[in-house]
Design a protein around this ligand. Structure first.
Ligand code: ACO
Length: 328
């Protein structure tokens, strides 16, 4: 039996940092409000040339380098994004053009859960034996979809990309042990970009209504997500005959520190074992988990032999977990 492992990780973060102080000159907010309500201190905002394709390509090149592989050795490219370059062609094809990977290339859209969704697809495809190396990228330029006049959303998000090369190892019981995905479309209205799709194509009215920007019911999301994550975490771990005591690190989607604090309180899990970097990047949607995982490894917080729980949640509603034993 083979294990599915991370062979390389990579990231790209835009140069431009936008602090809470800078935002408070633009909308009626403050560093104190943003920090206490979200845990965010600054975010990176992409410039015109830093497209999702550019950022995803840069992250992928770094992941390939770390894996010691060439792009031609990749059999499949999966891109998770909710801010694609355009509706069609897929961002995956645009990145493929730069990298020259072999095999298929496609996008998936599961909002902030996108990276874990892509990870599960890649895991199953590698397990099938039909693929050897799969490149998974989470790349987001949410700044293009933020209403910079809406203080309730513009303070939350940031841009960036993370990538992982996945492959197999002839050893059992390490790497990605199990994934699970979930969705509840009843919560779809809590977070949407209402116009620009086939339901409401761009027109003068959608533009003047600012309907091409993110609309979010933050309070409702918060109320829904915390108990949902509590229930799904316990369900997932119980199904693997595990408890939270078996988890060395939770690497969560970096949306809001208060969501994670409330969750940890309910689960009786120490916040010190939840890796956080949202103070520096805000919510980077599908890029947030690979960015956090890479930093946790660099800071030597995650160590070989430890058990990690990747925890994703986002618009849709969607969620996903990945149980990983970091190889020795
Ligand atoms: N600065 C100052 N005041 C603000 C700001 C701001 N940036 N934004 C909102 N306020 C005000 C509101 O207008 C409101 O004022 P009022 O009471 O006079 O009406 C007050 O602050 C409280 O607003 P709430 O929305 O109730 O604030 P809350 O404590 O719920 O915090 C937040 C808002 C941070 C958005 C929170 O609800 C949250 O994080 N929700 C989850 C959102 C989330 O995680 N989204 C991402 C998941 S989906 C995905 O990742 C794609």
């Amino acid at each position: 039996m083979q294990s599915i492992i991370f062979k390389g990780l990579g990231r790209y973060l835009p140069e431009t940092r936008v602090t809470n102080e800078v935002l408070s000159q633009r909308v009626d907010t403050s560093d104190e409000w943003i920090r206490t309500r979200t845990g965010i201190g600054e975010r990176r905002i992409a410039q015109a040339h830093e497209t999702v394709t550019f950022m995803g390509t840069q992250a992928a090149q770094q992941a390939l380098e770390q894996a010691g592989l060439k792009a031609e050795q990749i059999d499949l490219l999966i891109v998770a994004t909710m801010s694609p370059e355009m509706l069609t062609p897929s961002t995956a094809c645009l990145i493929q053009k730069h990298l020259g990977t072999r095999g298929g290339a496609f996008d998936i859209q599961a909002a902030c859960s996108g990276f874990v969704y892509a990870l599960d697809i890649a895991t199953q495809m590698l397990r099938s034996g039909a693929y050897q190396h799969i490149l998974v990228i989470g790349t987001e330029k949410l700044s293009s979809f933020i209403d910079w006049e809406d203080r309730s959303t513009c303070v939350l998000f940031g841009d960036g990309a993370g990538a992982a090369v996945l492959g197999t190892l002839a050893q059992t019981g390490v790497g990605i042990l199990k994934n699970t995905l979930g969705a509840d479309g009843q919560g779809a209205g809590c977070f949407e970009i209402p116009a620009g799709g086939s339901l409401r194509p761009a027109c003068q009215q959608t533009l003047s209504n600012r309907d091409h920007y993110i609309k979010m019911n933050g309070r409702e999301l918060f109320k829904t997500i915390v108990p949902l994550l509590e229930q799904e975490t316990l369900r997932f771990l119980t199904a693997q005959n595990l408890t939270l005591a078996d988890i060395d690190w939770i690497i969560p989607h970096q949306a809001n520190v208060r969501i994670l604090e409330s969750l940890c309180k309910r689960l009786d899990y120490p916040m010190e074992q939840v890796f956080l970097n949202l103070e520096h990047y805000g919510n980077t949607s599908a890029a947030s988990i690979p960015l956090a995982l890479m930093e946790a490894l660099e800071q030597k917080k995650v160590l070989p032999g430890q058990t990690l729980l990747l925890m994703a949640f986002g618009a849709g509603l969607t969620w996903g977990f990945s149980l990983i034993k970091w190889p020795l």
